[in-house]
Ligand binder design. Sequence first.
Ligand SMILES: NC(=O)c1ccc[n+]([C@@H]2O[C@H](COP(=O)([O-])OP(=O)(O)OC[C@H]3O[C@@H](n4cnc5c(N)ncnc54)[C@H](O)[C@@H]3O)[C@@H](O)[C@H]2O)c1
Ligand SMILES: [Zn+2]
Ligand SMILES: [Zn+2]
Length: 396
Amino acid sequence: MKAVTWQGKRDVRVEEVPDPTVQEPTDAVIRVTSTGLCGSDLHLYEVLTPFMTPGDILGHEPMGIVEEVGPGVPDLMVGDRVVVPFQIACGDCWMCLNSLPTQCETTQITGEGMGAALFGYTRLYGSVPGGQAEYLRVPQAQYGPIKVPEGPADDRFVYLSDVLPTAWQAVAYADVPPGGSVAVLGLGPIGDMACRVAQVKGAGRVFGVDLVPERLRRAKARGVETYDLRSFDNEKELVEAIRDETDGRGPDAVIDAVGTEAHGSAVAKLAQTAAAVLPRAVSGPFAERFSVDRLAALNMAIDLVRRGGTISLSGVYGGMADPLPMLTLFDKQIQLRMGQANVRRWSDEIIPYLTDEDPLGVDDFATHHVPLSEAPHAYEMFQKKQDGAVKVLMRP
Ligand SMILES: NC(=O)c1ccc[n+]([C@@H]2O[C@H](COP(=O)([O-])OP(=O)(O)OC[C@H]3O[C@@H](n4cnc5c(N)ncnc54)[C@H](O)[C@@H]3O)[C@@H](O)[C@H]2O)c1
Ligand SMILES: [Zn+2]
Ligand SMILES: [Zn+2]
C-alpha cells in the first residue's frame, strides 16, 4: 500500500510499504477513506525530529471501512464505517474506566515513561504506524473505533478522531462559567473548533487570537471577537485590549491552542532548532533532558487570564526544562489543566451535534481535500500557512 512516511526534518514522502494485517485477536484493519493533517504532525515535521525514525508512517486522524477483524472484536463487522481515535486504549483498565484513555494502562509506553500509545507519533508514543495511509492496523479495536452511519460525507465525522474531542476537552477543562468569557490563543483547526464549541456550550464572549489573516477571518465570520497579534506593538498591549473588554480583569478562561512552536519565542526557537539538527544519537537524550518550549502563547495565557481563572492547554508541549513564572501562577490563583484529548470520554456527547443543521460547521471545515500522493506538498503548505490552508484532509 501507499503511506506517508517521515524521512527527516521537513521531509515526508509517499512510499510503498507492506499492507497491514490483523496480528492480535483485538486488531482490526481498516481501508482509510479520509485522514487529517494536524498541527501535531507539524511538530514531527520539525521540532520532534529527535524522536522520529526514518520510515515512520505518519497520521492519527483517520476514518474508513473495516476490512478485517480479529476474533476479539465482537462489535465490529467487515464493511462498518468507523472513525479511529488518535490514541490506542483498551477501554477496560483503571484509567480507561475512569475516562482517561490517553493514560490507558494497557498501552502506556512505560519504557519511555509516557501515557497511552498514539498512532503515528514518535517512539515516545510507541512508534505505531499511523493513519496517513491506504490501510491501517487498529490495535485494541474492541474499544477505539467509533461506528458512524452511512450517508453524509466523511467530513461530517472524521474530526471525531481528534479535532472535535480535543476542542471539546479544551472547553470542558476551561470551565467557563455560564455566560462567561474565554479567550482562545491560536486559531488553527483546534483553536477554531474550540471557539465553536465554546459558543454552542454557552460561553458569553469568545475572543480569538492569531496572526494569520484567513484564520482570523474564519473565526470572525462565526462571531468570535478576533485580535491580530501583528497589529499590536507587543503582547502586553494585546492583553490590555482584551482586559479592557472584560471589566479590566481578563477573561474567565484562556485556551492555549498554540503549543510548543509559538510565534514570538526567539531564544527557545534557537534551542529547538539546535536540537533538531544535532546528530540523532546526541539529539535524542539532549531533547529529553534539556528541551524547551516556545512559551510565548502560554506566557500570554498566564498574563491574560483573570485572577482565579482557568488556563486550558490543548497545544502540545514537550519541554523538560521550561522556566515558568510560578510567582504569577500562584499569586493569580490560576487553575491549569492540560493533556491529550480523551477521545472516547467525549465522543458520545459530540455525536448529537453532527447533524444536517451542522451547528459546529464541520461539513465545510476543511479548506483542502487532496490525494495521499500530494502529502509532501500538503505538509509544506500547512506548515507555511500558504494558500489559505487551515484544515487539510487527505483521501487515500
Ligand atoms: N491535546 C491534544 O489532544 C491535541 C490534539 C490535536 C492538536 N493538539 C495541539 O494543538 C495545537 C494546535 O493544533 P492545530 O492543528 O490547530 O495547529 P496549527 O499549527 O494550525 O495552529 C496553531 C495556530 O497558532 C497560531 N499562533 C502561533 N503563535 C501564536 C501566538 N504566539 N499567539 C497566538 N497564536 C499563535 C498559528 O498562527 C496557528 O494558526 C498544536 O500544538 C497541536 O499539537 C493537541
Ligand atoms: Zn491531530
Ligand atoms: Zn485502558
